[in-house]
Design a binder for this molecule. Structure first.
Ligand SMILES: [Zn+2]
Ligand SMILES: [Zn+2]
Ligand SMILES: [Zn+2]
Length: 226
């Protein structure tokens, strides 16, 4: 009996199929199989996909002094890869805050305060607001009156023209002062204000070479807290 070899028909390559899918980090494999015998005729790699990140999300908020953390997550199914990066510390934001308001006669206080965290870093005084002073000078040809307030004390400086000689003494009528009569020296009257309300007085003077017991109404002063 004679035999005769039948020539092999040969493989019939079909189309490329994905044998194993790539992931974010691992490459996959595609292959070409014979449609008749399923033999693998050829394989090829499929590149890894790489991660598909969403947006950065702050996961640890920064504080004034400490850095925070931002995180982003891979969105691809089956992958739980995350990346983190630091968020810079905010730093303090210093502003001066009035913690004790000044009055007309007393200083207040400002505190250097962080607007983020409330930390305090030092204080400084706020000057007293002082007074508006209204002066009606009745003898401005002969008497020069200079009135000013400083830290709750009212200073009345009196200069008298030589025609009147020296001032012997003076008195005043008014309200809002803790000293009713003060004879400190011949040129400066010092009155301490004892009120945050309006104060007022009239000052009378007597000079040593004018008629005995004759006082002159020298000045009228109104003091109003600013
Ligand atoms: Zn085949
Ligand atoms: Zn991933
Ligand atoms: Zn702060």
């Amino acid at each position: 009996m004679e035999t005769q070899a039948i020539p092999a028909e040969g493989h019939d390559a079909g189309q490329w199929h994905t044998a194993s899918a790539p992931t974010c980090t691992a490459s996959g494999v595609s292959e070409l199989r014979c449609t008749k015998c399923a033999a693998v005729l050829q394989t090829d790699g499929i590149p890894a996909l790489g991660h598909s990140f969403g947006n950065w999300v702050v996961t640890t908020a920064p504080t004034c002094a400490a850095a925070g953390v931002e995180t982003r997550y891979c969105q691809r199914a089956g992958c739980s890869h995350t990346e983190t990066r630091p968020v810079s510390a905010l730093g303090h934001d210093w502003v001066w805050v009035v913690t004790i308001p000044p009055t007309a006669t007393t200083d207040g206080l400002e505190t250097k305060t962080c607007s983020h965290c409330g930390a305090a870093d030092g204080t400084r005084p706020v000057p007293a607001k002082g007074f508006d002073i209204w002066v009606a000078d009745f003898f401005d040809d002969y008497i020069e009156i200079n009135v000013y307030a400083l830290n709750g004390v009212l200073y009345v400086e009196i200069s008298v023209c030589y025609l009147y000689g020296n001032i012997c003494y003076y008195y005043y009528e008014g309200y809002g002062f803790s000293v009713e009569y003060e004879y400190q020296n011949r040129s400066v009257l010092v009155l301490e204000l004892d009120t945050e309300e309006d104060a007022w007085f009239e000052l009378y003077l007597m000079a040593d070479d004018i008629n005995d017991d004759e006082f002159f109404k020298a000045v009228e002063i109104t003091v109003i807290p600013a």
